[in-house]
Write a protein that binds this ligand. Sequence first.
Ligand code: ATP
Length: 273
Amino acid sequence: MSTTRPSTADRATVEFAKNQGLPGYSVELKNVYKAFGASQVLNGVSVGFAENAITTVLGPSGTGKSVLLKHVMGLLEPDAGDISVFGQDIWDLKQKDRYELRKRCGVLFQDGALFGSMNIYDNVAFPLRKHTDKTEDEIHDIVVARLREVGLEQAASKAPGEISGGMRKRAGFARALVLNPELVMFDEPDSGLDPVRTSLLCDLILEIHKHHGGSYVVITHDIASARKVSDYVAVLWRGRIVYYGAAKEAFECPDPFVQQFLSGSSSGPLGMD
Ligand SMILES: Nc1ncnc2c1ncn2[C@@H]1O[C@H](COP(=O)(O)OP(=O)(O)OP(=O)(O)O)[C@@H](O)[C@H]1O
C-alpha cells in the first residue's frame, strides 16, 4: 500500500502536529493574503511555528519574509486569512489585548533598531521601564544579566553609534529578551555581518534558546545560518510556503526550487525576477 506524503500545507498545521505527537505551534498562519497596490506579496501563506523550537523562514530577496514577520507581530493586517499567536486570533482581539500579546514576543530587527540617543544599558532597560513596574534595582539586575549573556557587559555605557554592527545586533538581542518572551523573531540577524560573526551570532542564538526555550523564528536568506540553527525550515516563494519540514529533511528535499535555493545554485527555476 502506498502512503501519500503529506503536503507542505498539511505538515505545517496544528492538527498535523497533534496527530504526529509533535509539539504544538505558538504561531499559526492560515491562508494569509496581502497585497500592496497591484503587488500580491503574500498569496495564501499557511505555516506554523513550533513551540520550543527554532524555525527558519528562508526565501529569496523581496519574496515577503519581512512582511510575513510583520503580520505575526500584528504590525500589518492581512487582506484575508487567519493569524493566531499563542492560540489567539490576533485580529479578533481588542487593540489593548493585541498589545498585551505583543509583550510576550521579542523581535530582533535587522539593524538592532536601537534608540540612537540612549546608551546600550538604557536601550535594554527600555522595555522593562515601559511595560513593567520593576524598580531600578530589579531592572539593573536583569539588564546586567542580559548584557552579560550576549557579551556586552563592558559596552553598557556606549552609544549604539560607538559599537560595531555585530555588537548592535547582540544588544538588540538582549533587548528582545528582557521581558522573557515566549516567541522571539529575528529579521535577518545575519545581514551586514561577515561569515565569522554570523556564525558566532548563530551560536549565541542556539545557546540562548537552549537556556531560555521558547519559539524562535529566524528570517533569513543565508543558508549557512539556516543549517546551523534550524529545527524546522519553511521556504517562502512567490507569496506561498513551498516547503515546510524538519531541517534535516529540508536539505535533502528533491523539489527543484528548494534544492536550487538551499544549494545556492544559479541553475534551476529561480531566476532574477
Ligand atoms: N509597507 C509596504 N508598502 C508597499 N510595499 C511593501 C511594503 N512592505 C513591503 N513591501 C513590498 O513587499 C515585497 C516583499 O518585501 P519584504 O521586505 O517582505 O521582502 P523580503 O523577503 O524580506 O526581502 P529581503 O530578503 O530582501 O529583505 C517587496 O516588493 C516590498 O517592496
